[in-house]
Design a protein around this ligand. Sequence first.
Ligand code: HEM
Length: 307
Amino acid sequence: MSLNPNISSQLKDKYDRIDQDLDAHLEGLLHSKPINYWDYINTDALLNLQTQRTVFPDEMVFIMYHQVNELLFKMVLTEIDQIGHSSTISIPVFTDKIMRISRYFDVLTSSFSIMKDGMDVNQYNQFRTTLTPASGFQSAQYRKIEFASTELINLIDKRFRDNVDKNICCEEAFEQLYWQAAGKDYKTGKKTYTLSDFESRYKDEFLRFSKFYQTNNLWSKFKTLPKAAQKDKKLIKAMRHYDYTVNVKWVMAHYNTANHYLNINGKTAEATGGSEWVKYMHPKYQKRIFFPELWTSKEIENWGRNI
Ligand code: HEM
């Protein structure tokens, strides 16, 4: 079989452009191994990333499910990144991307029962003691999804939101983000180790990331669409679906799971991250909403109450 002349001329152009000798690269093909599934997907590395701290079998489920979540978070961020970095975006592409992101969160929501049903409550309450002071609260990708979805004002603690500048940004916003509440000792206001550790690892990265997304988040991009496009029913439906799935359905699946393990016989146990979790986690208190302008005041008032 001879090499297609069109391909060989494109190859020559490609390597000429980077001052490389095409023949040397072609010779390399003689010695390279054909690709296979396990090398391409990196299954060996992937399946060796689970390190238990105890001997309880359900701890393995707990670790792996968190890893599955982190992979899906990465898929969500990959989609948002494409919207954030696009200079123009059409309504069908925007709608398509939002629906795709929503589907990832639908998977996260419907699968959360893996954490609740079938996992042994006793095993959980024993292995979780070895995880203190770590908490899912320290998931950097989850925080990035929030920064990339909406303006910072919508992530400010509900108690201060009405009294801060709508365009608040970066360092100033950081200390008032809703999740600071979970990372402070609710009796003394002092930052917990869980929060300080998280900040020393990620704060600089979060500030860089949120600065870019302050004007390139999903809501800002939506607002750059022509006025008529902003009324597109399919797009609005997709945006509302995403908002509700992340901020009510996922949050409630999570909250119900925490309740299942940490609220035993009406007695509330302390979470590994040390938050006042019953109040902190429920959507009706925080009223975290990515796209408040797409909801009526009645819907906002009842946020998280009808589920
Ligand atoms: C048995 C399963 C789980 C329980 C009992 C649980 C419990 C909790 C609790 C009580 C908090 C509040 C912070 C604290 O004091 O630690 C929290 C926060 C958090 N957890 Fe989980 N969690 C579970 C599974 C997961 C999974 C699978 C994920 C996915 C990555 C996750 C992600 C998060 C996130 C992102 C936060 C912060 C939420 C926010 O700031 O609103 N959790 N979790």
